[in-house]
Design a binder for this molecule. Structure first.
Ligand code: ATP
Length: 269
């Protein structure tokens, strides 16, 4: 943790392999963030600039944060997580100052991925004082983003929001969050992959993940993770009862998914 606990930083070990599905999204990120770092000469030859900033949007729990961490993991970068809501709870002036410090710190610890969660926290307030505060912070963020344009800073900014329609329009202008990427709920095959990832290395009986995937329409990655956690708990309870390691069964998973709801439904409503 940082001296101001609004900001957390670490060096993620997750990579794209840990993120189930989202192939299109990964491809886009590879092209814009990862390959330019690995093969700058190719991008130079075509007069393309590397880096920039990326805006991920979509329903909660579908992997925006996870993906951002994996980007850092892929390029062996530091990862700084900013929660805007927390920064906005500071005094006017202090918020902007803090945001500036974060970008400064990122430049000193490059390569670095800055992840800004809840970007929509900076738009749409009706309260006048608050509006003023949000505007100041948006301006500061724009200044910081413009500052990154100037060279190969190796500082990458990834923003995320569940509600892109509340986003301050200044943030979406060209040169700011120039890559807008939808992170959808996983399709059936992707759900199967995610279940497999979450069960990896755990004792299981023979499972038909395909069947479970078919029964979990609109479940987010986070929902699926919960299903697996619940099933793990059931198997562990049996283990404590019998004194022997019990595998996670199809039945454990089926029961668990019956008790969980697909949380992305509300987002689409
Ligand atoms: P929010 O909008 O609520 O912040 P988010 O889109 O950032 O949500 P994450 O925090 O990235 O969602 O996802 C929550 C958890 O769900 C992750 O820690 C991860 O374990 C799991 N998860 C989500 N999507 C995937 C995925 N595609 N593959 C593997 N795990 C996933």
């Amino acid at each position: 943790k940082d001296e101001h606990s609004l900001v957390e930083s670490d060096k993620p070990k997750e990579t794209f392999e840990d993120v189930g599905g989202l192939e299109e999204v990964k491809k886009k990120i590879r092209m814009n963030f990862i390959l330019p770092l690995q093969q700058p000469e190719i991008f130079k030859a075509y007069g393309k600039e590397a880096g920039g900033s990326l805006l991920l949007f979509g329903p909660p729990g579908c992997g925006k944060t996870f993906l951002a961490r994996a980007v850092a993991g892929e390029i062996d970068a530091n990862f700084i997580h900013i929660e805007l809501q927390a920064i906005l709870s500071m005094y006017v002036g202090q918020s902007e100052h803090n945001l500036h410090d974060v970008f400064q710190k990122a430049r000193e610890n490059k390569p670095c991925v800055i992840f800004i969660d809840e970007l929509d926290a900076m738009g749409g307030s009706r309260h006048q004082m608050r509006q003023h505060h949000e505007r100041m912070l948006v301006n500061q963020l724009l200044t910081e983003l413009d500052g990154l344009q100037s060279g190969n800073d190796q500082v990458f900014v990834i923003g995320a929001t569940n509600t892109p329609w509340y986003l301050d329009s200044a943030l979406r202008r060209p040169g700011r969050f120039n890559h807008l990427v939808f992170v959808p709920p996983p399709e059936e095959e992707e759900r199967s992959t995610i279940l497999q990832l979450k069960l990896a290395g755990k004792p299981t009986s023979s499972l038909s993940l395909g069947k479970l995937a078919a029964e979990t329409k609109l479940f987010s990655g986070a929902d699926l993770e919960q299903v697996v956690n619940d099933a793990v708990t059931s198997a562990m309870e049996r283990t404590f009862e019998t004194g022997e390691i019990q595998p996670i069964t199809q039945d454990d998973l089926r029961k668990a998914l019956k008790e969980r709801k697909a949380t992305t439904i509300e987002w689409f409503a």
